[in-house]
Design a protein around this ligand. Structure first.
Ligand code: ADP
Ligand code: MG
Ligand code: ZN
Length: 474
């Protein structure tokens, strides 16, 4: 029996206005190489200066994962040649990073949880981008020198499932802290997956394979499964020692395989040494007190939702896993509606209709409108069934809730006089059935309700119809 061992390295691009060591803007959807200066172009003589905002964001993260924030941390040079890095080295933090020894807890569906240790989070500079167009390759340095926070876990995950839970939690934490856009497709949240296997019960760590830069949770899950299967097969065929090497592999989504990209460099290959152009990053107590202030985190929000709105753990997790969903829910609640209805109308009715990757922040119906829609059910202006029609209408039309109800003619009739009149007509037209009902054929009650609802074109309040029919049929 084997056990899977996974450790993750996540590169989070910090959303500062300017780059890590110069004052160039961090927006890179602009003309190629326009956000550059002597420092990020690595021209001789240009010196780096640390952006304080980067330190601020790193400290917020450290605080969020209960880590130690080193009051003095240092920068190091990691040498390697690649066309998108004009200096031929990357400035990073190897020996003493700003954040060390954190904890992140992941939550399983059965309500249990597990603590994953975070080894460190260090600050480093991103490289530029190589762009390949046919036979021509170009270099764009707009991204060169933008700040990254690399978050390194201990090898504490035991399945693809746990790895995904860890990544989703980490993603949601950086989004809650608003320190990164954390957009996987755009590359502001990038993940390297380290995978090994070992016989169950064995404490030793076996050879790890690193799979680089996979840009969706689904692909990460798939890449881990494929890699674990490859390693197990090799073990069972007696080829583990020759086939499983410490190397960097790529996940090929078309071929559904991982394949070797290069042998894994050791630290010595990078010729690490202390960065001579930068002073240590020193954090005074005063600065720390200011930078460690963080907003409510996903776990705290979840606990608060469970407590204040008496909702299930499951619903609380669904609502708080994304900051946008949590905000949407809270904005709906400010219409004074019940949490139970808000949850259903947000997560089932609205999100069920927002297909094709439309996320809640791009919903054509805002939270206030959704809150109002639920409110109109609760104050019996419309039935729940009619509300679904209103929702469909609102998805395709610019309208407020009350106008939509008016336009669709769905206003519920709660006027007892009007309902009694319809009930009388229906009973008069179905004397035989009324007699059958009275002599004990209870099932016919549904028939009468149906007829009245139909006659009212679905606008009669079902509650009122029930009451009136009960009274009239005896
Ligand atoms: P590097 O930066 O060279 O990739 P690190 O020592 O920083 O190396 O480790 C990278 C990641 O690999 C960490 O997340 C760590 O938990 C994980 N890791 C280390 N050994 C193993 C192993 N045997 N199996 C799975 N993951 C591992
Ligand atoms: Mg690595
Ligand atoms: Zn610059």
């Amino acid at each position: 029996m084997f056990e899977t061992v996974i450790g993750l390295e996540v590169h989070v691009q910090l959303n500062t206005q300017t780059k890590l060591f110069c004052s160039c803007a961090t927006s890179f959807n602009v003309t190629q190489n326009s956000n550059t200066c002597p420092t990020c172009l690595a021209l001789p003589g240009a010196l780096p200066v640390l952006n304080k905002e980067v330190l601020h964001k790193a400290i917020m993260f450290g605080t969020a994962v209960d880590a130690r924030v080193n009051r003095t941390s240092y920068f190091d040079r990691k040498s390697y040649f690649y066309p998108d890095s004009p200096s031929a080295y990357q400035i990073t933090q190897l020996y003493t990073p700003v954040v060390e020894d954190g904890i992140l807890s992941i939550d399983f569906e059965d309500g249990s949880s597990k603590q994953i240790r975070i080894n460190r989070a260090h600050i480093e500079a991103d490289a530029g981008k190589n762009i390949h167009e046919g036979s021509v390759s170009k270099v764009d340095l707009n991204r060169a020198g933008t700040p990254l926070l690399e978050i390194v876990s201990e090898p504490d995950m035991r399945s693809a499932d746990e790895a995904i839970l860890y990544l989703k939690k980490l993603h949601s934490i950086v989004r809650y802290l608003e320190i990164s856009d954390a957009n996987m497709q755009e590359g502001s949240f990038r993940c390297d997956v380290n995978v090994s296997i070992r016989p169950k019960g064995d404490e030793k760590l076996y050879t790890r394979v690193e799979i680089k830069n996979i840009n969706s949770f689904r692909f990460i899950e798939k890449a881990i499964e494929l890699e674990v299967a490859r390693q197990k097969d090799a073990w069972e065929d007696g080829k583990y020692d020759v086939e499983i090497l410490q190397e960097t592999r790529l996940f090929d989504q078309n071929k559904q395989e991982t394949r070797s990209m290069r042998g894994k460099e050791g630290a010595a290959d990078y010729r690490y040494f202390p960065e001579p152009d930068l002073l240590p990053a020193m954090i005074s107590e005063e600065m720390y007190a200011q930078f460690c202030q963080i907003p409510e985190l996903p776990d705290q929000k979840r606990e608060r939702f469970i407590r204040d709105y008496e909702m299930s753990v499951y619903n609380a997790i669904v609502l708080t896993s994304s900051l946008e969903t949590a905000h949407f829910f809270e904005a709906m609640m400010s219409e004074g509606i019940s949490a139970k209805n808000a949850v259903v109308w947000l997560t089932v009715e609205l999100q069920g209709r927002l297909k094709g990757g439309i996320s809640i922040e791009n919903s054509p119906i805002d939270a206030k409108k959704m809150g109002m829609l639920v409110k109109r059910i609760e104050d019996q202006t419309i039935s729940a069934k009619a509300a679904k029609e209103v929702l469909d209408y609102l998805l395709g039309n610019e309208s407020d809730v009350d106008n939509a109800i008016e336009n669709l003619g769905l206003k519920q009739v709660t006027d007892m006089g009007a309902i009694e009149k319809i009930c009388d007509e229906i009973i008069a037209a179905n004397q035989d059935k009324a007699a059958e009902y009275r002599s004990g054929k209870d099932k016919l009650f549904g028939f009468f309700v149906g007829q009245v609802m139909k006659e009212s074109k679905g606008t009669a309040s079902p509650q009122a119809v029930n009451e009136v029919l009960k009274a009239k049929l005896g």
